[in-house]
Design a protein around this ligand. Structure first.
Ligand code: SF4
Ligand code: SF4
Length: 168
């Protein structure tokens, strides 16, 4: 396995709390408590999502093991923050995983569902478009109707940030 020292340095620099990632001692508490690992990992094989492996590969600079693997390796994380809470070394794993996801998009090889979700947000200026059922429920609860977002303003903002160029 080739070590990518530049990638390793980027990971170290990104991590909030300076070099805490260096002190991961692979106890596996993150993986033992991760809900995604629970539903994707076969006990008798090494397949499935594993935050401990991701931290190890990032720590060692094994870039290919992260980016050339199944997209689940990076995108399986739902950012529930459980691993951050249980890590005995106070490593903010989700910060590292956010960095890996951003890198994946910058390389243009994020999974299709991420691009289609981002495109929907770009088109509607909302993560979850309003639906009649939601409006009815709000009405029953005495809540005001949801204000429609300014799609044009939102898209201008994203274009100015260059975000739209990252959509496929
Ligand atoms: S819980 Fe923390 S120290 Fe233990 S393997 Fe995970 S990241 Fe490393
Ligand atoms: S934040 Fe991601 S890696 Fe951590 S426990 Fe939740 S799903 Fe697993």
């Amino acid at each position: 396995m080739t070590v990518d020292f530049e990638f390793r340095k980027q990971v170290m620099d990104y991590h909030i709390g300076s070099d805490l990632i260096k002190y991961c001692y692979q106890c596996s508490r993150c993986a033992d408590n991760c809900p995604v690992t629970k539903v994707t990992t076969d006990f008798y094989t090494t397949t499935g999502y594993n935050p401990r492996s991701n931290i190890l590969n990032a720590l060692l600079g094994y870039k290919a093991a992260i980016f050339d693997a199944d997209p689940l390796t990076i995108w399986g994380c739902t950012v529930c923050d459980t691993c951050d809470e249980v890590c005995p070394q106070n490593i903010e794993l989700t910060e590292i995983f956010t960095f890996l996801k951003n890198q994946s998009i910058a390389r243009g090889d994020g999974p299709d569902f991420v691009y289609s979700q981002a495109e929907q947000i770009f088109l509607a200026a909302k993560a979850i478009p309003s639906q009649p059922a939601i409006e009815r429920r709000r009405d029953q609860l005495g809540l005001p109707p949801v204000a429609a977002p300014d799609v044009e303003e939102f898209q201008t903002l994203l274009k100015n940030m260059g975000t739209n160029r990252k959509l496929k």
